[in-house]
Write a protein that binds this ligand. Structure first.
Ligand SMILES: C[S@@+](CC[C@H](N)C(=O)[O-])C[C@H]1O[C@@H](n2cnc3c(N)ncnc32)[C@H](O)[C@@H]1O
Length: 340
């Protein structure tokens, strides 16, 4: 039997992983994918001219993006957007994912530089002195926008996956609890024309949500309400959605949020938890493990196991609890519970 020789190849891939997000972020900053949108191809001198950078860096950027699968080089020697970039990386298109890239690079990447310290101290890295996670984000308008743009790019994809995986036809009013940019509610209401909804969040998030709702042409059916889910939730909704909410908090806060949902829902009302769920065996999957580590850097939460979310739902009084797997960037599954 031939013994396979171990090499450092896989480690090199891990170590240089950071170069990918930096190349992608720089390409977005320079509007590369917008310049090439619609099938326009460029050679190095044209790219240099259009991007306003010299030929040596233009050449490096075009080759790097090609090696990453973001561009293709055809026989004419010119570089073109790959189908992936044309769909997801052109600013202004409905599936634009660049907001998440920029948020990850500008907000998360610097915070992750302090990961060892966060692990040693069990303290997040993104909070400003004397304030909590969301107070820190919301006290700075630029950070708030970067955060909500990032969430929107990520969540619009997952909201569409949710609208396909879960049948909302028996629901009439959806409350998107901590709905942020409104991405989930927008995606679900687009799929269900009879459904009405409200994005409930801290007041500073709502202006951005209203912009996104208006862009989607949903201002008639999707409203916003400002408030604090630790105090009270509005009544009159038969479905509550918690997308990427419970992973921000510890077990006690999560029981309190679920209790607030239970109290505000009518009998037979449902709560939907959408997250990157950790396997019950606690071996992954990788996206959930990565997001759990992000919580170490960002706040005092965790990406919990399917079983932990189910346990809290049961403790609070929900019944008929079921798991629905999803394939999406912000959630690999949802758990639905009903109020008896
Ligand atoms: C990780 S984001 C998720 C946003 C959205 N659900 C999504 O999946 O795109 C968490 C959201 O919780 C909101 N939030 C945090 N604390 C809150 C509170 N006490 N009451 C209401 N919303 C809150 C934040 O403003 C933020 O929009």
């Amino acid at each position: 039997m031939v013994e396979r020789k171990l090499t450092v190849g896989p480690l090199m891939g891990l170590v240089f992983g950071f170069t990918s997000i930096q190349a992608l972020g720089a390409a977005l900053d320079l509007e590369l994918f917008n310049v090439l949108s619609g099938g326009k191809g460029v050679d190095v001198p044209e790219a240099s001219d259009l991007l306003g950078i010299e030929e040596r860096p233009a050449r490096a950027l075009l080759i790097s993006c090609t090696a990453l699968g973001l561009l293709g080089r055809r026989e004419d020697g010119r570089y073109y957007n790959s189908p992936l970039s044309e769909k997801f990386l052109v600013r202004g298109k409905p599936d634009y994912f660049g907001g998440w890239v920029i948020m990850a690079r500008d907000r998360l990447f610097p915070a992750w530089m302090g990961l060892t310290e966060a692990l040693k101290t069990n303290r997040p890295r993104t909070w400003k002195e004397g304030s909590g996670h969301f107070e820190s984000i919301y006290s700075h308008p630029g950070e708030l926008r970067t955060f909500l743009e990032g969430m929107h790019s990520l969540s619009i994809q997952s909201g569409r996956a949710l609208a396909e995986a879960l049948d909302f036809s028996s629901c009439s009013r959806l409350l998107d609890v901590g709905g942020g940019s409104g991405a989930y509610a927008i995606a679900v209401l687009e799929q269900y024309p009879r459904l009405r909804g409200v994005v409930f969040d801290l007041l500073p998030a709502l202006e951005f949500a209203q912009e996104k709702i208006a862009e989607a042409g949903l201002s008639g059916r999707l409203k916003t309400i400002g408030g604090d889910f630790f105090k009270e939730l509005p009544k009159g909704f038969d479905a509550h959605l918690l997308s990427m909410i419970l992973h921000d908090w510890g077990p006690e806060e999560n029981r309190a949020i679920l209790r607030a949902c239970f109290d505000a829902l009518p009998p037979r009302g449902i709560v939907i938890i959408s997250e990157l769920m950790m396997d019950d065996e606690e071996t992954g999957p990788l996206p959930a493990a990565q997001m759990a580590m992000n919580m170490i850097v960002e706040n005092m939460g965790f990406n919990y196991t399917w079983g932990e979310y189910e346990q809290w739902l049961t403790e609070v009084g929900f019944r008929g609890i079921r798991r629905i797997p999803l394939q999406s960037p912000a959630a690999n599954g949802v758990i639905v519970g009903s109020k008896p």
